[in-house]
Ligand binder design. Sequence first.
Ligand SMILES: [Zn+2]
Ligand SMILES: [Zn+2]
Length: 57
Amino acid sequence: MCDFIIYYYVRRNCRLPEAHAQFASRGGGSMKPCSSGPHKRFLYEPGECALCMGRML
Ligand SMILES: [Zn+2]
Ligand SMILES: [Zn+2]
């Protein structure tokens, strides 16, 4: 596996981290991901996801 990685910053209670990420940033040195993933990492932060909260109606 390469060192291509994308960090997703999400709220701790989020149920759809990839879709609701505050923002994503690329890490690692590789320019392109190889064929064997995953190349995603979720960084959970305290707080509530506004998008998820809106769907709880
Ligand atoms: Zn890879
Ligand atoms: Zn969410």
